[in-house]
Design a protein around this ligand. Structure first.
Ligand SMILES: Cc1cc2nc3c(=O)[nH]c(=O)nc-3n(C[C@H](O)[C@H](O)[C@H](O)COP(=O)(O)OP(=O)(O)OC[C@H]3O[C@@H](n4cnc5c(N)ncnc54)[C@H](O)[C@@H]3O)c2cc1C
Length: 337
């Protein structure tokens, strides 16, 4: 059978693309849908509401606490953030689509086919939402995934209750990176990430959890790819982390993967409906994504400056953000990225 659209990756980006498609669509993932959480799953409440997934919200926050060199500075949030139940989110978004699902591991794309360990799947349009490995894009352009432009993070979910999203710039925990504590109901997600892509972070995470007198549970994690790339390779659309759509500095990737994924899906549907050609659909998608390049670069500059910046300067910025009008302005600007 030839599908109209085949998507590899049934997570934030892939499910968002699929939710906009009305034709015959195939979603391929090596894991069952929603079974493999890699993220702290913190995002804006309004993003969840906009895509009809507010049922997956576990906890909402009107305050973020910044811990800089041992001191806490509370920042009131203009738009509320939340933590979500990843499985519930994925299943809810999947139900909004008419896609078929196949559990298979893809290794590449060739001649309009996706090659997997469960056979090949033909489709008119192919979308790579496989996250940082960008398996399909990489099979067409071997330089598509560049290791140097990725952060790496791990986290553990343990019983611990709190009422703020907490971020830590603590060089005793991690030098070039950050740590976080995201409460999610009766549990909290404790994590550390290295901006340098350092993968050996177990000691750092242990130190962080020890500081809060909690015992590390199961650990998950992965790379965050933050260098915004051309999101079309050959005839393949790429959305989400694989296209470098995770934000530098904050590591926020859910919102951007959803926004770009929805746009990608809308454009593909126009191609399927014959309203536009594949070529011009790809150009529209590329232009839409790449217009954000300057904003991503600005955040990247800040990420690169962070390890060199003295703690009192970072504290000063956090203090400024603790004033409601300043925070409202900065958050509004940030949400435009
Ligand atoms: C530790 C950590 C914490 C994070 N916390 C947050 C946070 O709190 N908030 C936030 O906004 N962002 C966070 N991020 C970033 C966020 O997780 C990513 O930006 C987001 O997951 C990207 O979504 P995606 O759909 O592009 O890719 P992914 O969510 O990585 O999904 C890729 C999918 O493709 C599948 N896949 C991969 N390879 C293959 C293959 N060969 N064949 C078939 N299927 C395949 C995978 O199984 C997976 O389902 C975090 C990242 C990490 C690592």
């Amino acid at each position: 059978m030839q599908y109209d659209v085949a998507i590899v990756g049934a997570s934030f980006a892939g499910l968002s693309v699929a939710s906009k498609l009305g034709g015959s669509t195939l979603l391929i993932d090596r894991k069952d849908i929603g079974s493999h959480q890699t993220s702290a799953c913190g995002t804006l409440v309004k993003t969840m509401e906009e895509i009809g997934c507010e049922n997956s919200i576990l906890q909402e926050f009107d305050t973020a606490a910044f811990h800089v060199g041992g001191r806490e500075i509370d920042i009131p949030l203009y738009d509320r953030y939340c933590t979500i139940d990843y499985k519930k989110f994925c299943r809810t978004l999947f139900r909004q689509s008419s896609a078929d699902f196949v559990k298979a591991s893809a290794s590449g794309a060739k001649g309009g086919k996706i090659i997997t360990d469960r056979g090949n799947f033909k489709a008119r349009i192919i979308v790579d939402c496989s996250g940082w490995p960008a398996v399909l894009a990489k099979s067409v352009d071997e330089n598509y995934v560049k290791g140097g432009m990725m952060s790496f993070g791990i986290e553990t979910e343990v019983p611990f209750e709190d009422d703020k999203l907490r971020f830590f710039i603590d060089r005793k925990i991690i030098g070039n990176g950050a740590a976080w504590l995201f409460p999610a109901g009766k549990k909290s997600r404790f994590g550390v990430a290295s901006y340098a892509g350092e993968t050996n972070l177990m000691q750092n995470l242990r130190k962080f959890t020890d500081n809060h007198n909690v015992k590390m549970g199961k650990v998950h994690g992965g790379y965050f790819c933050y260098s915004l790339k051309r999101p079309c390779v050959g005839n393949i659309f790429v959305a989400g982390c694989g296209a470098g759509q995770t934000l530098p500095l904050t590591g926020e990737g859910i919102r951007r993967s959803i926004i770009f994924g929805l746009k990608c899906g809308e454009i593909i549907q126009q191609v399927i409906d014959g309203e536009t050609s594949l070529g011009s659909g790809m150009r529209v998608y590329e232009n839409l994504v790449l217009k954000y390049r300057k904003r991503y670069k600005l955040l990247l500059k800040m990420q690169e400056m962070l390890p060199e910046t003295s703690l009192w300067k970072i504290r000063l910025v956090a203090r400024l953000l603790s004033f409601k009008p300043v925070e409202k302005y900065v958050q509004k600007m940030y949400e435009k990225i």
